[in-house]
Design a protein around this ligand. Structure first.
Ligand SMILES: [Zn+2]
Length: 60
């Protein structure tokens, strides 16, 4: 696993507020699904995605 600079999708803004997340692990499947042109750097003020948390905890 590689921790990367936090990023989020421009489409997070379309989701209900409680579902909005940012990513910081390049092995995260939902994060990988975000094409580069939809990525914004930073957290957007959103919480860290649960897949990223789990993968980082498991060392992936
Ligand atoms: Zn993630």
């Amino acid at each position: 696993m590689t921790l990367v600079t936090a990023f989020y999708s421009v489409n997070e803004a379309l989701k209900p507020a409680q579902n909005r997340v940012h990513h910081n692990n390049d092995a995260c499947p939902p994060g990988r699904d975000i094409p580069s042109w939809e990525r914004k750097p930073g957290t957007g003020g959103y919480r860290l995605c649960e897949d990223c948390q789990r993968m980082t905890r498991e060392g992936r």
